[in-house]
Design a protein around this ligand. Structure first.
Ligand code: FAD
Length: 518
């Protein structure tokens, strides 16, 4: 019989990589299994012609400043993973182009008629002052929201590590009181004017739930980490991060097998005991950490009779989160020649996040984020060129009416519409200068990541299923004592940082249980 591992990790996305790094570093015999030939899941890169594209990472919070190390940076340092970070010292620019009949419009610096054009800086005070400049009367509520978010991190610690702390969540009464509020309710209660809320809520799309659904406290932690000290990205695309963690795992004695898809979980005495790889090879372990989606795992890797009933109920109650379409463009002009002045511009057909979310049920509704990597890494493409990536969101089974024979035409039309939207909103010309183009629709992400509808976002964060209840219920929500999920489907939802944290959390539980001989 082959070697029996302490821990087998299924999937080398961000969550699986983090889990494997911690398990290997703790001295457990660790096996990481990945169906592709490279690590990372979404955190990767691909090459077309002269360009190496970043497939997913717009911004990573938690990369600190020379004065204060950020939490993600600290995690990589703790692992001994070597990554060259490039800092980005502003947050977002939101542009809402004017529609017929809109009041309060103005012509912005690009010569476009808009209702909102907000370029928001880093730093709580700077952010609040800028918001006040755009929407008088918003400063105080904005600062109050940031103040609450500072204390919120304590509350999460209190939930995650109750035994270790000298205080409990009950010692944070304002946090307790705000815990049931949606983002909209929280900001209304703080007295923030609606127009300021619309700007303040721009990052809702990074978590995929709009202001009437998303919980106030969680949004505040997200915005807090972006505004506190800006964001960062690795110099060599997110592939650099994934390769650095791969090295940590191997340096600490862990095994990584690529081209190894787990096709079945082997059960013994009512609990997982091993896995089958590529339909052939069996390998056994004591503990399992799974970086794939519960819906996919229970459909493909277990017999129906083996799945705990509670898991099926949970899956039926949860909504799959939004999914993305991305257009990657290699340009034969520099960003200066194209007239691009910002790293990250959110172009929205309506300023209200709930209306933006409602519009995502149509395939492309005019909501688009445009990023230019050269703004942060000037030499990430050959001289005289730059790379752009455009992203839009959709939700639900949006591809169901598209016939296979129409797919290519459909894909081209979506890309064309997205490019034209950016050209109009920024008053620039993109189309004539495209040297390379790659278009990823939900089926592309679905095939690559093995997720329902191609979502990289897990399950929708809603009032009943937000970060706090998920954190409090984490252990109860796992299917077996020795089989834990990690990644975007877990407590914090999607995002690089969230997936790494969830991998670390699952690893911590496995390490403790195995060291205690459970
Ligand atoms: C276009 C795009 C833009 C994004 N922008 C940002 C951003 O700016 N900032 C941010 O923080 N986040 C962003 N995200 C989200 C972020 O990338 C994801 O939420 C995060 O990477 C999810 O990580 P995960 O651990 O859930 O693993 P995933 O990336 O889902 O990877 C799972 C891995 O498991 C493997 N796997 C699945 N099933 C099996 C099996 N049976 N056997 C073996 N292997 C298996 C898959 O092949 C894959 O490699 C973006 C995502 C996309 C797609």
């Amino acid at each position: 019989m082959s070697k029996k591992y302490d821990v087998i990790i299924i999937g080398a996305g961000n969550g699986g990589l983090a889990a494997a790094a911690d398990c290997a570093r703790a001295g457990l015999s660790t096996l990481l299994l990945e169906r592709h030939n490279i690590p990372g899941g979404s955190a990767s890169s691909f090459v077309r012609g002269r360009f190496e594209f970043e497939p997913s990472l717009h911004e990573l919070a938690g990369i600190g400043t020379p004065e204060e190390v950020g939490s993600i940076e600290a995690m990589f340092t703790r692992w001994g993973a070597d990554v060259d970070w490039k800092k980005h010292n502003s947050t977002f620019r939101l542009i809402v182009p004017a529609k017929k009949g809109d009041k309060d419009t103005f012509i912005n610096e690009n010569g476009v008629e808009v209702t909102v054009d907000a370029r928001m800086p880093v730093g709580f005070e700077n952010f609040a002052r800028k918001l006040e400049e755009i929407v008088p009367g918003s400063y105080e509520s904005c600062m109050k929201a940031f103040d609450l978010s500072e204390r919120l991190f304590k509350a999460f610690d209190a939930l995650d590590n109750p035994a270790k702390l000298p205080f409990s969540i009950k010692d944070l009464p304002d946090i307790m009181r705000m815990a049931s509020h949606t983002l909209k309710e929280g900001l209304d209660e703080l007295g923030m004017p609606k127009k300021a809320q619309d700007i303040f809520n721009t990052y809702w799309c990074y978590m995929g739930s709009p202001a009437s659904t998303f919980d106030f406290l969680y949004y505040m932690t997200v915005l807090h980490s972006y505004v506190k000290s800006g964001t960062g990205i690795p110099t060599l695309r997110s592939h650099e991060m994934s390769l650095a963690i791969d090295k940590v795992i191997r340096d600490n004695g862990g095994d990584i097998w690529y081209n190894s898809e787990v096709t079945k979980v082997i059960m013994k005495n009512g609990k997982p005991a091993g896995v089958v790889i590529n339909g052939e090879k069996e390998v056994y372990g004591k503990y399992f950490i799974c970086n794939s989606y519960p819906a996919v795992v229970f459909r493909d890797l277990f017999k129906e009779t083996e799945i705990p009933k509670q898991q099926l109920k949970m899956l039926n109650a949860r909504k799959t989160a939004v999914t993305l379409t991305t257009v990657y463009l290699g340009m034969n002009k520099t960003k200066e020649e194209l007239g691009i002045t910002d790293y990250s511009v959110f172009i929205a057909p309506d300023s209200d996040s709930d209306k933006q979310y409602a519009l995502t049920k149509d395939f492309f509704s005019g909501y688009c984020i445009i990023n230019c990597l050269n703004e942060i890494i000037p030499d990430c493409t050959p001289e005289g060129t730059c790379q752009l990536f455009l992203t839009t969101m959709t939700h639900g089974d949006v591809m169901k009416d598209i016939k296979p024979e129409d797919y290519k035409k459909f894909k081209t039309k979506v890309a064309k519409d997205m490019i034209e939207t950016c050209e109009k909103a920024l008053n620039i010309s993109i189309t004539p200068y495209i040297e390379e183009i790659e278009i990823a629709l939900p089926p592309t992400f679905s095939r690559y990541l093995n997720t329902p509808w191609g979502t990289p976002y897990g399950y929708m964060l809603e009032k009943w299923d937000s970060m706090i209840p998920r954190t409090a219920q984490y252990i109860k929500d796992q299917p077996f004592e020795n089989f834990l999920f990690c990644g975007a489907t877990q407590e914090r939802g999607d995002g690089y940082g969230c997936a790494y944290y969830s991998g670390e959390k699952a690893a911590g539980i496995a390490i403790k249980a195995l060291k205690e001989g459970k």
